[in-house]
Design a binder for this molecule. Structure first.
Ligand SMILES: Nc1ncnc2c1ncn2[C@@H]1O[C@H](COP(=O)(O)OP(=O)(O)OP(=O)(O)O)[C@@H](O)[C@H]1O
Ligand SMILES: [Mg+2]
Length: 184
C-alpha cells in the first residue's frame, strides 16, 4: 500500500506517461458532508484493449519489461475495497484511460492527502510536452491548475526550467494549503 493520496497520483500519472499521454487530468474531490473522497486520473494515452482492462488490476499483469509484476492498479483497487469504496477503470484502445476511486473519507484506512504540490512538480518536470489539469475541490471550495495556462504566460522559457518550477511550487503550495486550511 502507498502512504498517501499524492503518491497514488504520482504512480497513476506515471502509467499515463508510460502510455504516451499528452494530456493528463487529475481530479481530487473531498466532501466531508457526504463523507467521500474521489480521485480520478484520465489521459489521452494509448489505452488498453478490452481484454487487458479486465486483467490490468491483476498484480501479475504488466506490460513492463523491467519487472514481472505490476502493482499500481492492484493497489489502487485494493484501497477502494478497503475503504468502503468503489474502483472504476475505463479504457479504450487509441483513445485513453480513466481510473477512479470513490472511498469513504473518514475511513480509518483512508490515507492522508500528502504532498500534492511536490507530486505535481515532479510530473511537470518530467516532460514539458505533457499538459496537466489538476482540479482540487475540498467541500465547497475549488482550485484549478492548468499547465497550458502557465505556458501561455511564458515566452521563451520552458515550464520545466528550475526557476519556473520553483515559482509554480510556491504557488501550488499556497493555494493547496488555503484549500485545506483547518480541515480534516
Ligand atoms: N493509463 C494507462 N494507459 C494504458 N495502459 C495502462 C494504463 N495504466 C495501466 N496500464 C496497463 O496496465 C498494466 C498494469 O498497470 P500497473 O500500474 O498495475 O502496473 P505497471 O505499471 O505495469 O507496474 P508498476 O505500477 O508496479 O510499476 C500496465 O503494465 C499497462 O499495460
Ligand atoms: Mg504502474
Amino acid at each position: 500500500m502507498m502512504q498517501d493520496i499524492a503518491m497514488y497520483i504520482l504512480d497513476l500519472a506515471n502509467n499515463s506517461l508510460y502510455a504516451n499521454a499528452r494530456n493528463i487530468n487529475i481530479c481530487l474531490i473531498v466532501d466531508r458532508q457526504v463523507d467521500r473522497l474521489q480521485l480520478s486520473i484520465s489521459d489521452d494515452g494509448q489505452g488498453m484493449e478490452d481484454f487487458i482492462v479486465e486483467q490490468a488490476t491483476d498484480p501479475f499483469y504488466t506490460t513492463r519489461k523491467t519487472r514481472k509484476i505490476g502493482l499500481g492498479l492492484a493497489f489502487f483497487k485494493a484501497l477502494a475495497d478497503q475503504c468502503d469504496g468503489e474502483f472504476t477503470l475505463k479504457s479504450k484502445k487509441g483513445v485513453g484511460t480513466t481510473v477512479m476511486i470513490d472511498i469513504r473519507n473518514s475511513h480509518i484506512d483512508t490515507p492522508p492527502i500528502g504532498d500534492l504540490s511536490s507530486t505535481l512538480i515532479t510530473l511537470i518536470q518530467a516532460d514539458d510536452l505533457v499538459d496537466y489539469r489538476f482540479t482540487y475541490r475540498y467541500d465547497h471550495q475549488e482550485f484549478e491548475f492548468d499547465t497550458r495556462k502557465i505556458k501561455s504566460m511564458l515566452d521563451d522559457v520552458k515550464i520545466n526550467e528550475l526557476n519556473i518550477l520553483l515559482w509554480i511550487k510556491e504557488f501550488l503550495s499556497e493555494r493547496i494549503n488555503e484549500l485545506q486550511e483547518g480541515k480534516r
